[in-house]
Design a protein around this ligand. Structure first.
Ligand SMILES: Cc1cc2nc3c(=O)[nH]c(=O)nc-3n(C[C@H](O)[C@H](O)[C@H](O)COP(=O)(O)OP(=O)(O)OC[C@H]3O[C@@H](n4cnc5c(N)ncnc54)[C@H](O)[C@@H]3O)c2cc1C
Length: 468
């Protein structure tokens, strides 16, 4: 049994936890991080952002080699899938990244406890080590960064073979002939894209009458059209009520969301991707008088929970369940602990869908601006008219700016197109400084780049788009 005393003990080693640990180390706080999964990096590095992007990248190249290379004069034999190698390459990259996080802990003098952390009263955390040991930690501050887990769907039991959640869908041992994705959110569409590119027939069943809730509706409509062209089938306004597994696959029972006649849908594999819920099981919240809300989130005010000295960040508190949001929370929370002025502007947390084309946005959707009653103008520019996108045969999509009609302050930027996830950052910086569309429209952009489409769209707010 080991005892130790800290300024900050962080429970959870995901993007919230490990970034909090780095910042705490930088600010000279004596810091410990507790993680139960045996490796650092949390959902994001192990079973989330990074493995999904590894498979998206590999499957995009596989599809390009099979369908697009010949159009630009590269004749290759029909590519053969080596799924075992693809999975190994994914895992090797993940391992390199998680080792990198371990290095960051050492570099910032953070003590890493591999085990399950339980709060045992004010300033007390007990770690049940993965090696069977017990450590009693005392600390001035506890930061809860225990993240989230997939939300289960009643009537559809995940067995990680025929019925999988996102974790299972990152490690299928064979390409299913047919895949039903339940939920048309970002995770479902990204993983659906991976398996469609590798050869599966993909049907997406969604309760709502639209895909990707939270995305600007004009953009979501265009995105759905693009995915349909790629081979996705959508069943919107439909709920899954039960699933039966058998030797021939899975039989789902579907029902119109508004009620009506049932129908059956069969698939080799079903991916349940209806969202994620906060994870606080076994954390000992009751020992400090913290009660999660009805949906399981820990209520906070500037990351402070109801218990003095207990803070919470990342997916376990309200806000977008995204790695970079967890990172923002982490920095702000630790800076507050250190007596500085930590702050996060949740209106400026960008979202990206890493499909092909990608979709990226920041700020308000057009519907939100309309509902707020603010008079606004829009500027839009299609990638079809962008020279770099045209020569690269990547002309699908557009950039849309929404700006206040009186002040020209940018309220939202929405993009669908080639690698727009890399371009949304300039809109974030513009908006973080309260910029106007004219600020961007009058900023020189390099030619030929896709980023010129961003500038042209900004010019469109004042009707002086030049390249269309
Ligand atoms: C398939 C998929 C793809 C995604 N893609 C993206 C993306 O492209 N971009 C993006 O921004 N986000 C993405 N996300 C979301 C992102 O992974 C999460 O928002 C992010 O990981 C949240 O970080 P966190 O630190 O709050 O929690 P987590 O990353 O969930 O980390 C929490 C950690 O705490 C540990 N833990 C829990 N309880 C205890 C305990 N009591 N003791 C010790 N350890 C404990 C868990 O084991 C876990 O490792 C994706 C998620 C999934 C599932």
């Amino acid at each position: 049994m080991a005892d130790d005393n800290f300024d900050v003990v962080i429970i959870g080693g995901g993007p919230g936890g490990y970034n909090a640990a780095v910042r705490a180390g930088q600010l000279g706080l004596k810091t410990a991080i507790v993680e139960s999964r045996g490796v650092l990096g949390g959902t994001c590095l192990n079973v989330g952002c990074m493995p999904s992007k590894a498979l998206l990248h590999a499957s995009e190249l596989f599809e390009a080699a099979g369908h697009e290379f010949s159009t630009i004069g590269i004749d290759v034999p029909a590519p053969k899938l080596n799924l075992v190698q693809m999975m190994k390459a994914k895992q090797d990259s993940v391992t390199a990244l998680t080792k990198g996080v371990e290095f960051l802990m050492k570099k910032n003098k953070v003590t890493y406890y591999a085990g399950f952390g339980k709060i045992a009263g004010p300033g007390k955390v007990v770690v049940a080590g993965n090696d069977g040991s017990t450590s009693n930690l005392t600390t001035k501050n506890i930061v809860i960064a225990t993240g989230s887990e997939p939300t289960p769907l009643p009537g559809v039991d995940v067995d990680q073979k025929q019925i999988v959640d996102s974790t299972g869908a990152l490690s299928l041992s064979a390409v299913p002939k047919s895949l039903v994705v339940v939920g048309a959110g970002i995770i479902g569409l990204e993983l659906g894209s991976v398996w469609r590119r590798l050869g599966a027939q993909v049907t997406v069943v969604e309760f709502l009458d639209r895909i990707t809730p939270g995305m600007d509706t004009e953009t979501a409509t265009a995105f759905q059209k693009t995915l349909t062209k790629q081979g996705f089938t959508f069943k919107l306004g439909t709920k899954v009520t039960s699933a039966k597994t058998g030797v021939k696959g899975v039989e789902l029972t579907l029902e119109p969301a508004a009620g009506g006649a049932q129908e059956k849908l069969s698939a080799d594999v079903v991916l349940v991707a209806i969202g994620r819920r906060p994870f606080t099981k076994g954390l000992g919240l009751e020992s400090v008088g913290v009660t999660p809300d009805q949906r399981g989130f820990i209520p906070t005010n500037h990351f402070k929970t109801a218990a003095p000295g207990v803070w919470a960040i990342g997916d376990v508190i309200l806000g977008p369940m995204l790695a970079h949001k967890a990172e923002e929370d982490a920095v702000a929370c630790i800076e507050l602990i250190a007596g500085k002025a930590g702050h996060v502007d949740y209106n400026l947390v960008p979202s990206v869908v890493y499909t092909s084309p990608e979709v990226a946005w920041v700020g308000q959707t057009e519907e939100q601006v309309k509902a707020s009653g603010v008079a606004y103008k829009t500027g839009k520019f299609p990638f079809m008219a962008n020279s770099r996108a045209k020569i690269n045969h990547e002309t699908e999509g557009f950039v849309k700016f929404i700006a206040d009609a009186k002040t020209d302050k940018v309220l939202g930027v929405h993009m669908m197109g080639p690698q727009v996830g890399e371009m949304i950052g300039e809109a974030c910086v513009l908006m973080a400084f309260g910029g106007a569309s004219e600020d961007l429209a009058r900023t020189c952009h390099p030619h030929p780049t896709r980023s010129e489409a961003v500038r042209q769209a900004a010019m469109g707010v004042e009707n002086w788009t030049m390249q269309m």
